[in-house]
Design a protein around this ligand. Sequence first.
Ligand SMILES: Nc1ncnc2c1ncn2[C@@H]1O[C@H](COP(=O)(O)OP(=O)(O)O)[C@@H](O)[C@H]1O
Ligand SMILES: [Mg+2]
Length: 487
Amino acid sequence: MRCLQMRRKVSALAWCPITSGARHPGFTGLAGGLCWLIWPLQTYVILAVLMAGALLGDDRRRRSSIVADAVKFSYRRTRIRFRWSKVMQAARLQELRRHPGMADVFVCPRLMHAHWWSHRFTWRRWHTRTRQTPTGITITVDGTNVGIPHSGFEGASATAIQSAFKAHDLFVEKHPKWSHLTQLTLVYLDPFKRVVKLAELTAHQDLGTVNIGKDGNGDQVSMNMLSIQLIVGASRSGKSSVCWTILSGLLLQKLPFRLRVLDPKGGVEFFDLDGIAYCYESDILKCGEFLKTAVLALKTRQAEMKAAEVRKWTPEHADRWPLDVMLIDELLVLVSALKGQKVSILGQKMDATDLLTWYMSQGLASGCMVIGCTQDPKKETVPMRGLFTSSTCLRVESADEVRMAGFNPDTHPAHEIPFGDKHAGRAYARTDIGVKQLRAAYPTDAERAKIAEGVLLQSRIHWAADRQPSNVEFVSTEELVTNGAQK
Ligand SMILES: Nc1ncnc2c1ncn2[C@@H]1O[C@H](COP(=O)(O)OP(=O)(O)O)[C@@H](O)[C@H]1O
Ligand SMILES: [Mg+2]
């Protein structure tokens, strides 16, 4: 333990000058050259110590990637300094240069303060800065020098600046402290490009809320499980991965739950959960029966909760009444399979679709929630769309589908997410604090196997509990009669 802390300290000490050197190569070269001229031997010793510290220290990969980022930043900053005047002219923000033939940085461009000497030696250092950010560069400019307000940098000028500096995105903001200054944030790194590993997610502090991915700042995005979730996404957009991530989150929180899986596409997605989930069904002809079991369980729970005078289920009740999760992989297939089916329940014949609607509207108060995945969120295909209290939109085909999923295609353009497995898992999710863009975590096959193991342990507990006789009288063991399906 002590040794590890020591290594960490050595590492931090050795890598700090290396990173700063990478960020300011010109200054480092000059200083290094000077030192070498004066004390060549000492310079060798210092270099050797730094190298040894870097090699012996811990977390070398992460630290070397920080150095690589610093090198990239310094290259981009130099490019910005040298091209500033030209780019400003292209953006119609500065008149023609009066000293043709000289590099911009020597000409005193009034707008850009990236001018290294004014940057270093004037007392108004804050005036103008080029700063490294996790996703790119922030340039602080003083438009008042040449009479340009903040809005002058927006619109067409912003597009010209962004394209000239080859950035993904450009944000124009007022300086938080000095309102006459404008901050131009150039984003070079697409934060959603990186695949988020499942191991990067932690257990959420609130019981019943799970982390499913990360947003643009690298913060975790959570999903409240006490809601009816709709997950919309085209084929191979990452719906099933989100479901596995949710299960992993529940296991991480150690919240007792029982899982019902309905995989009506014929058991292609969740076949690993066959015999592992508390209830599993992949035969579309048996969906009615599956639903009936769930409804009877809900009724039993409602009766028990009423007897115990519990009005609303909360995660604190999970020890007695575990969270009941129903996972439906393709709502579209389920809805068409249930169409016209009648289920006989407690001596009554009911429409199977009505039964599902009833389950969704009544379940929440008793800790029975539903996660429904669908490729096609249209009203005709998902008649109970209004019952979903929360939704997540992965890549979809059209702006119309984004709207159907409950998002605004202008501000949350899920239809513009690029096609392909490389971009699967990018999504917009409605959370407690508004809509967030995120990259969902990706569980590998080994991680899925581990999750399945955890689910099996949970199921075993509930299977054993079911064997004990229940004293709620209306639970009937009558045979199911599904219309046309069986019996
Ligand atoms: N969060 C993610 N990050 C990176 N890649 C992902 C992610 N989710 C899914 N993928 C990739 O996309 C493929 C399809 O994902 P899947 O969850 O089966 O999509 P769907 O269920 O929507 O058809 C996976 O095989 C995987 O390669
Ligand atoms: Mg799927």
